[in-house]
Design a protein. Structure first.
Length: 264
């Protein structure tokens, strides 16, 4: 079963309702913000935005946060352990979740949820150049086992906000207040990844990028990312039109009728 067929099957099984379609980037951000503002809950609302690698989740999360204003974003990539070279030597090609410290992510989310006015929480930020996210203070050079990490010495600080958007390829949170699945076709994501790697990781060839993408599809996307759509409150589907070397996105929104009364 292809990814598209998997998503269409979920739409039928869950009875998702198409509420909007043909929206551009700005309209899509406004539509998500409208949904989130209707949530019946006090305090900081935790929003999980999940989608495949190179789908454009980070950009979408930032657009939504800008519309909401009272919002911050963090990424699951911000909780990758160590540098790209460390992960390549000790973790790549194995159980993919071992690359992340999701315990720390959940700890940071809980602290942000409980911040008081004037307080802030330091969070790690993924650095694309060398792939560093969580800084390792000590690890076993023979096995790569992490002995200690830096939890708090990071320049980014999240203050008390009305919405915290946690975006990424995974859903590591126990009970987000709203879960959104962002579906972009595989061929579009592969093209996005190739364009990114050509610009930012010049050492990688197109073939190396395509092989890396295929491996990630098999080990990460299909077993861990795609199934998250089954528990989504909102499905966002993208149709993409090529424009020069990139794509123009058009968004459609599908909302689960069973989740809508308690969430919106």
């Amino acid at each position: 079963m292809s990814d598209d067929e998997f998503i269409q099957d979920i739409i039928k099984q869950r009875g998702f309702i198409l509420t909007r379609s043909g929206l551009d980037d700005e309209e899509a951000a406004l539509e998500i913000a409208r949904h989130l503002r209707e949530m019946r809950k006090d305090g900081t609302k935790i929003i999980s935005l999940i989608g495949g690698a190179a789908s454009g989740k980070s950009m979408l999360a930032r657009r939504v946060a800008n519309v909401l204003q009272d919002a911050a974003t963090i990424s699951t990539d911000d909780f990758l352990l160590g540098s790209r070279s460390y992960r390549a030597e000790y973790l790549e090609g194995r159980y993919p979740l071992k690359k992340y410290d999701f315990d720390l992510l959940r700890e940071k989310v809980d602290r942000i949820r409980n911040l008081r006015p004037g307080e802030s929480e330091p969070v790690p930020v993924y650095e694309e150049k060398d792939g560093v996210a969580i800084k390792l203070l000590d690890f076993d050079p023979d096995t790569g086992r992490v002995l200690s990490i830096d939890k708090d010495h990071y320049p980014k600080r999240v203050e008390k906000v009305g919405f915290l958007i946690v975006e990424g390829d995974f859903q590591p949170l126990a009970s987000p207040d709203c879960q959104i699945f962002f579906h972009v076709p595989d061929d579009v994501r592969l093209s996005n990844r190739i364009n990114r790697d050509v610009q930012q990781r010049r050492a990688m060839s197109v073939r190396e990028t395509a092989d890396s993408f295929a491996l990630r599809q098999r080990l990460q996307h299909q077993p861990y990312t795609l199934p998250c759509a089954s528990n989504a409150d909102i499905l966002i589907m993208v149709s993409a039109v090529p424009v020069d070397t990139r794509y123009k996105y058009w968004y459609s929104f599908w909302v689960s009728p069973t989740d809508r009364p308690k969430t919106f």
